[in-house]
Design a binder for this molecule. Structure first.
Ligand code: HPA
Length: 247
């Protein structure tokens, strides 16, 4: 494989409709199996790989995803750039459902996940990777240019807070995250971003707001809100990706 671009699809993006699949790679890694086979093919003439983060049947909850195997498998496949699609809850007033953003920073509230390759096991190396800027500025720019070319409004930055899930947050938790400076909340952004950094992958996130964070806006049916926003938002995500990919 000589692929360099990968998309990790999250909730609402269990497949990549633009991708013409040529091969399925059912791979294994020293950390176990990735969430799903790597689907390799072409999208608008560009070679790319798609990985369904929650598995092919969307069954894996955020805390049970093998983030280490996923990043490892992508690197072994020759991937250099990773775009992570994430459905999130909006916390900042500028991030309503169906809005899209490219976060520039992250706060990790997760626990109990296998979060590093520097785990002290035999043969592992102790690395203190830098996370001052957790996302690749190059991939972030490509996504923003893609949005511009597609004529889609996008927030150029934002802080992603990552919670453990699978439950949604309480009102007080969202208020605390707001005080911490979080603009959005998801459940899978970490350790995905830091593992990608450990492996030297250029990783950025394209976040789609699918609901308001708990307690922010009334008491509507959050699941109906999520469903509706995914319908609208995924069209935007596909349009951005198609323009962001190098021709
Ligand atoms: N909280 C955490 N993760 C999420 C949310 C949320 O409200 N919506 C989508 N992913």
């Amino acid at each position: 494989m000589s692929t360099t671009i990968a998309v990790i699809g999250g909730t609402g993006m269990n497949q990549w409709p633009g991708l013409v699949i040529e091969k399925r790679h059912d791979v294994d890694t020293p950390y176990g199996k990735p969430s799903a086979p790597l689907l390799e093919g072409k999208v608008y003439g560009v070679r790319a790989i798609f990985l369904a983060r929650h598995g092919e049947g969307h069954k894996l909850p955020p805390h049970a995803i093998n983030y280490r195997a996923n990043a490892w498998a992508l690197r072994e496949a020759g991937v250099k750039s990773v775009v992570a699609i994430a459905a999130v809850g909006g916390i900042a007033p500028w991030f309503p459902p169906a809005g899209v953003a490219v976060p520039h920073d992250v706060i990790d509230y997760t626990y109990g996940r296998e979060f590093t390759y520097s785990d002290g096991s035999e043969g592992s190396e102790l690395k203190h990777v830098e996370m001052t800027e957790p996302y690749s500025e190059r991939v972030r720019r490509e996504l923003l240019h893609g949005a511009l070319a597609a004529g889609i409004d996008i927030a150029e930055s934002g802080v992603m807070g990552v919670t453990q899930g699978p439950r949604l947050e309480t009102t007080a938790e969202i208020q605390r995250m707001k005080r911490d400076g979080c603009d959005m909340v998801g459940m899978t952004g970490m350790p995905e971003a830091s593992l990608a950094r450990e492996l030297g992958l250029d990783y950025a996130c394209l976040a789609l707001s699918v609901n308001w964070g708990a307690g922010i806006m009334g008491n509507g049916d959050i699941h109906a809100e999520i469903h509706q926003s995914i319908e609208i938002g995924m069209g935007k995500i596909r349009a951005i990706l198609s323009r962001a990919l190098p021709a």
